[in-house]
Design a binder for this molecule. Structure first.
Ligand code: PBE
Length: 336
């Protein structure tokens, strides 16, 4: 037996085995999948489509808008901070405008019973005019600590130039109810600031006389006193009260309406004398940090305030009672 023949004979069964193995493997791959047949009485689960949720998300109900006022107001920067802290930035836009535009939007929405959320503060005549609800602010963004008081703030050397006026301003104050009434009469009744002021002066002549002892024996200087008046409804009547009292004492007084940031700047530069509407320490914190070296807080002229996000009462009744409830990621309720 030659070597070749022996080898070939031996190889045949091996090759055969390999062939069988390959064929088997090929067949195995082709084995059809066995579909289980349902046994009696058992239902095959079929995929049911999830129903589209009905109603709107909380952000959709508010049209993705928070209605603000003019951009320089402190309540606007507080609201930006609130939107970041309460995670509202993706779902809401803060709309800039004016106090008048905000109130017009509020009026329109309430007439149609639509949802609306606005920046608002107390005292304010809007609370007399509409049934409103203040949203809770658990993170105390608007009401840090004790919250704000309203102060009279002057340029630093005002007290040296006008000591009697300064002494008078150190005493002048009004109540929250008075300020609220001023706003109501001015923005809702449409009365002139001068007339509102005149009425208040007539009703408070005793107090004014007492505070005015500061002016006894004083000759007013020739220069004109300039009062900064921000574009809020309480400000023109308040400024007019002081203007009328000082004019009565022989001073020249001018009121200048401008945005709050410009007023702080002008006072710090010595071009404006005082402001009756400094909301401190929270709402005007940024301005105070920037300009307080050149300014002086003369007196708290109104002690109690509130600032925040406010909705019509029917929105609170529907379950939106806190700023937290505005976030559609955590408040997944749907509203009709
Ligand atoms: N306000 C009225 C002011 C303070 C008082 C709320 C418009 C502001 O935001 O700066």
């Amino acid at each position: 037996m030659s070597m070749e023949k022996y080898n070939l004979k031996k190889l045949i069964p091996i090759l055969a085995l390999v062939l069988v193995a390959v064929l088997t493997a090929g067949c195995a791959e082709e084995i059809p999948e066995v579909t289980p047949t349902p046994s009696d009485g058992e239902e095959t689960p079929t995929a049911t489509p999830t129903p589209e949720p009905t109603g709107k998300t909380v952000a959709e109900k508010f049209d993705g808008e928070i209605i603000g006022i003019e951009s320089g107001a402190g309540i606007m920067s507080s609201t930006e901070e609130a939107m970041s802290e309460y995670d509202l930035e993706d779902d809401y836009e803060l709309i800039e405008g004016s106090t008048a535009a905000m109130q017009a939007a509020l009026d329109r929405a309430i007439q149609r019973e639509e949802w609306i959320v606005v920046t608002l503060w107390e005292p304010h005549g809007a609370y007399t005019n509409w049934d409103l609800c203040n949203l809770e602010d658990p993170q105390e963004i608007y009401q840090t600590g004790e919250g704000d008081h309203v102060s009279t703030v002057s340029r630093n050397d005002f007290k040296d130039d006008y000591p009697a006026v300064y002494e008078f301003l150190q005493q002048w104050e009004i109540t929250a109810d008075t300020e609220s009434q001023f706003i109501y009469d001015y923005s809702i009744e449409g009365m002139e600031a001068e007339e509102i002021a005149e009425n208040w002066i007539n009703e408070n002549s005793d107090k004014i006389e007492e505070w005015s002892s500061a002016f006894e024996g004083v000759t007013p200087p020739d220069e004109t006193i300039i009062i900064g008046v921000p574009p809020w409804d309480e400000s023109p009547p308040k400024a007019s009260v002081i203007k009328q009292i000082l004019e009565e004492e022989g001073y020249d007084v001018e009121t200048q309406e401008m945005d709050i940031g410009i007023i702080y700047n002008q006072m710090a530069e010595g071009e404006m004398d005082f402001l009756l509407d400094a909301w401190l320490p929270v709402t005007h914190e940024e301005y105070w940090d920037r300009f307080s070296d050149d300014l002086e807080e003369v007196n708290v002229n109104m002690p109690d305030t509130y600032l925040g996000l406010v909705v019509p009462q029917y929105v609170c009744d529907a379950g939106i009672t806190s700023i937290e409830d505005l976030d559609p990621d955590t408040n997944t309720d749907r509203y009709e």
